[in-house]
Design a protein around this ligand. Sequence first.
Ligand SMILES: Cc1ncc(COP(=O)(O)O)c(C=O)c1O
Length: 401
Amino acid sequence: LRLAEEFGTPLYVLSEPEFRRRCAEYARSWALGGVSYAAKANSSLAVLAWAADEGLGVDVASVGELEAAHRAGVPGSRCRLHGNFKTTDEVAAAAGLGVGEIVADSLGEIEALAKAGWQSRVVLRLAPDVEAGGGSKISTAGTDTKFGMSIATGDAAQAVRRCLELGLRLHGYHCHVGSMLMDEGPVLAAARVLASFAAEAGSATGYWPESLNLGGGLGVSYVPGQEPLAPADYCAKLSAAVRPLLTGRLEGTSVELEPGRSVAAPSGVTLYRVGVIKRSSAGVRHVIVDGGMSDNPRPALYGAQYSVVSDAAGPPEPATVSGRHCETDLLFPGTMLPSGLREGDVLQVLCTGAYNAGMASNYNRFLRPASVALRGDGSARLVERRETLDDLFRREEALAR
Ligand SMILES: Cc1ncc(COP(=O)(O)O)c(C=O)c1O
């Protein structure tokens, strides 16, 4: 409430201690290799600096995210560049910033990297044909995926041969099966596929990977009933199951993780102010807040659900929370909110630290919210100011008269 008064609404609030604690939990619990934070979940400069400070590398999926890491003081050598289509300019920019590792996603990209004289490590994104994830839009390793090189078609084996022929610094293999996973099962299935591919490719070419990267994907509890493993338990179960795969020439191979959501989401909440409460002819209590799909597109994109909290008085009663965009802009249908909720009250939406601020848009020329970081002592610091009308028109050319 205090923050809503001080900084206005809608407002993204990030708990620095919680974010750092989650990074540290991964770093402490994962014993098989390095952990990188997937910047796409939330790439505020402050957030990237916290992740690096806690000993994590940073995964970036664009030059914009790479520049964010750079501006946050993360050395390029601690960054890994992803992307299923990287332009020549992006690869050049990555080389210029000294990116430590690039994830090659296609056979054509391998040729392009060699042509560009790429010097640092290359890992191959493989498609292990594992169907997983909390929905088709965040499932990234099934038989129809656009990501990576297929093991089944022989592209993956061809990629290894080409890297060796071209003299690229092949470092290992990568996969990311999807997001909102509740346990280690799907990632373990992919790890098995990667390990057996590594053994086959090893016997055929003599090349053995120094690293197997299992991506991110652990889910969070947005609403009751979603009960994913805690990061420490996930790391313990996954490492216990993956360790036996690292035998023979794979002994000593490091295994990497790159979590995003499970670090960032529970570290953030969004504050909205209720603008309008009305009842429809069907008796629905509509609660309309001062934000919407421009600051949280996930309900519209995926039907994502969230927990909404209010400290208004009265017993919980059904409510449908909508935003104020020119669509139905249904944010949180089927919510229970106190009967005493009034216009002007503040709502708190939990678990919005990932894929909210980063996916925000200016639809309807809305101004993107500010982000504040809450410190351990309860004090708050602005990490990204609210947009202004001037920000909205910065890219427009003067009108031709
Ligand atoms: C390659 C890669 N790594 C890591 C992640 C992070 O996934 P999550 O936020 O589910 O942990 C993603 C998400 O899309 C990804 O594509």
